[in-house]
Design a binder for this molecule. Structure first.
Ligand SMILES: Cc1cc2nc3c(=O)[nH]c(=O)nc-3n(C[C@H](O)[C@H](O)[C@H](O)COP(=O)(O)OP(=O)(O)OC[C@H]3O[C@@H](n4cnc5c(N)ncnc54)[C@H](O)[C@@H]3O)c2cc1C
Length: 301
């Protein structure tokens, strides 16, 4: 979708940067996605006005973080993408709390906190993407989930059209699901973390890194796990038992290393990936009677 000159001028006045015709394949870990205009929200205070402008002009939009958990449609996309500018380091320590910008790198946050003897999040070390994306998804691994440590979230709330601060206790964090509304935009988070000596945290980080390296196709393009695990079950094990590792639709392939990781083994399209997901879902349903739910967020046009 292309933004016209009048709206572009308004966006500029509101301190946002318009990047026309961005290929989202270059902004996603799957390397899949069509083209659209991108709006970089360089100021938080004008976000409510920008959202009102987009609503008034009937401009559909989606929010893109690090692009590590999205499968985006091919071709010219019928919505624009909103994005926060990257910040370095984008975090500071206040006693036992870390105050972190949503666009900060999640892994960078874990190590930054570690250096200040604040631990608990070692399991999140290899989860790529932004802190905002991790909050929205309630990212987790190896028994840790980010939601457990959230004390406050500053966000643009679609319901009020304003920037608000929510207390952690007022937000529900479930398995890869949160109570945020679809159009809420995470801006900043305050995490309360347990004190732990740096060396101990580092040892935990090393263990998690090794587990990840041993089990995941880290040198291939993926979005992590494609499907959510059903209660008490492992989708990866089911897909593996069905002998589906290496299955392909075009260049979309079930990883040989981890059956719940689907990789772009060349120049896969979104249609290829959807085709593979549908095929695997049908076979799992036929064999186990389980309806798999996507963990990856699919943006269809
Ligand atoms: C190799 C690999 C391993 C992975 N391992 C794990 C794992 O162990 N555990 C796990 O939980 N995930 C894992 N993932 C998935 C992914 O890294 C996480 O879900 C991550 O938290 C997504 O963050 P992101 O910034 O990339 O979000 P994106 O992919 O950009 O977006 C994901 C969703 O969050 C929304 N979003 C992003 N930022 C914001 C924001 N600031 N405000 C509002 N909404 C926002 C988007 O609109 C979208 O709906 C893995 C991915 C890869 C590629």
């Amino acid at each position: 979708m292309r933004i016209n000159g009048t709206v572009a001028a308004r966006l500029n006045d509101l301190g946002a940067e318009l990047r026309p015709g961005v290929s989202l394949a270059e902004h996603t870990s799957l390397g899949i996605g069509g083209a659209t205009d991108e709006i970089v929200l360089r100021r938080y205070d004008t976000i409510p006005q920008i959202m009102r402008l987009l609503a008034d002009e009937n401009i559909p939009h989606r929010f893109l973080g690090g692009g590590t958990n999205v499968l985006i449609a091919d071709g010219e996309l019928p919505w624009v993408v909103l994005h926060l500018p990257s910040v370095r380091p984008g975090m500071r320590i206040e006693g036992n709390a870390a105050v972190v910008e949503a666009s900060a790198d999640l892994g960078g946050m874990v190590t930054f906190c570690a250096k200040h003897d604040l631990g608990g999040m070692e399991g999140l070390i290899g989860v790529p993407g932004s802190v905002g994306g991790a909050l929205r998804m309630n990212a987790g691994a190896y028994g840790t989930q980010i939601g457990s440590y959230v004390r406050e979230v500053e966000l643009y709330r679609a319901a009020s059209g304003e920037i608000e601060t929510l207390r952690g206790n007022d937000i529900r964090f479930d398995y890869r699901h949160t109570s945020f509304a679809p159009e809420d935009m995470m801006l900043r988070v305050k995490l309360e973390l347990p004190s732990k000596p740096y060396k101990e945290i580092l040892a935990g980080i090393r263990v998690c890194n090794e587990k990840r390296r041993a089990s995941q196709p880290l040198n291939q393009k993926s979005a992590g796990c494609i499907f959510k695990n059903p209660p008490g079950g492992s989708v990866g094990r089911m897909i593996d038992e069905l002998g589906l590792k290496g299955q392909r639709v075009g260049d979309a392939m079930v990883s040989e290393r981890h059956a719940n990781f689907f990789v772009n083994a060349g120049s896969a399209s979104c249609a290829d990936m959807r085709g593979l997901m549908d095929r695997v879902r049908e076979q799992v349903h036929a064999a186990y009677g389980i309806e798999l739910e996507h963990e990856v967020i699919v943006w269809q046009n």
